[in-house]
Design a binder for this molecule. Structure first.
Ligand SMILES: NC(=O)c1ccc[n+]([C@@H]2O[C@H](COP(=O)([O-])OP(=O)(O)OC[C@H]3O[C@@H](n4cnc5c(N)ncnc54)[C@H](O)[C@@H]3O)[C@@H](O)[C@H]2O)c1
Length: 249
């Protein structure tokens, strides 16, 4: 077990990729805090981890509220005495061409995908600084680096994650806190599930990926555990793309 006794909080950890991160970290021995707006799904994931011999709690958290981000970290420290790993995974998506993109979409996307990630990181690193150690893993997307139609606002928020990652990394370098980002390609769960109902969409996306398949949550575990464990102690401010080769062409 690579994370025995470590304490990890996963935002958006109740469903999709976040659920896989939560169970994956627990399987490596971490105590996991599932921080999500969905209590039913979050409690279910926590229960499943506990029943399989792991350790997890659910903390209802709306990351778009600074107060909730602070409460989530406080609850983590109250329960487990520290916070070693924060996975900023909570995210929302709106698919809309430019002419149909509304101010409301922008405000929601920025609040969850950017502001939420920032204030969860701020709250967590306030504790990590006292510990003089910590790992922050920000979940961006390949949408951050390539132009994809109907994803202008979403891609912008995922792009914003990259400088946030670098600036946190730089400011925290003296505290032994490493901050890195994962850029998943299209993954066959969560946000992509709705689009995958259209076989033509799935065919076209699959065809565009050199490895000729969508990503799976298991494909993301290596990157997650690298950034969460001491293996990455000399690596900070970096981004790792896990996309079956999509972005290289
Ligand atoms: N699925 C993909 O193909 C894909 C590809 C690249 C990047 N990503 C990124 O991976 C992350 C997870 O995506 P997913 O596909 O699993 O999505 P998902 O919609 O299945 O899960 C998102 C989770 O975040 C939670 N959440 C939403 N708003 C929240 C808020 N305000 N506060 C707390 N929790 C909130 C949801 O309840 C849900 O549990 C996102 O950041 C997404 O941008 C996904």
């Amino acid at each position: 077990m690579r994370l025995k006794g470590k304490v990890a909080a996963v935002t958006g950890g109740a469903r999709g990729i976040g659920e896989a991160y939560s169970t994956g970290l627990a399987a490596e021995g971490a105590h996991v805090v599932i921080a999500d707006i969905d209590p039913k799904a979050g409690e279910r994931v926590a229960q499943r981890i506990n029943q399989s011999g792991g350790e997890a709690i659910f903390v209802r958290t709306d990351v778009s509220l600074k107060e909730d981000a602070e409460k989530m970290v406080a609850e983590t420290v109250k329960t487990y005495k520290r916070i070693d790993i924060l996975v900023n995974n909570a995210g929302i998506l709106f698919i809309a061409p430019v002419e149909e993109t509304t101010e409301e979409m922008w405000d929601k996307l920025l609040a969850v995908n950017v502001k939420g990630l920032f204030f969860c990181s701020q709250a967590a690193t306030n504790e990590m600084k006292k510990q003089k150690s910590g790992k922050i893993i920000n979940i961006s997307s390949i949408a951050a680096i390539g132009g994809q139609a109907s994803l202008c606002a979403y891609s912008s928020t995922k792009g914003a994650v990259l400088p946030i990652t670098r600036v946190f990394a730089l400011e925290l370098v003296d505290y032994n806190i490493q901050v890195n980002a994962i850029l998943p390609g299209t993954t066959d769960t969560g946000m992509a599930e709705e689009a995958m109902k259209d076989p033509e969409w799935t065919r076209q996306v699959t065809e565009s990926i050199p490895m000729k398949r969508l990503g799976r949550t298991t494909d993301l575990m290596g990157a997650l555990l690298y950034f969460a464990s001491s293996d990455s102690d000399y690596c900070t401010g970096q981004t790792l793309i896990v996309d079956g080769g999509y972005s290289m062409i």
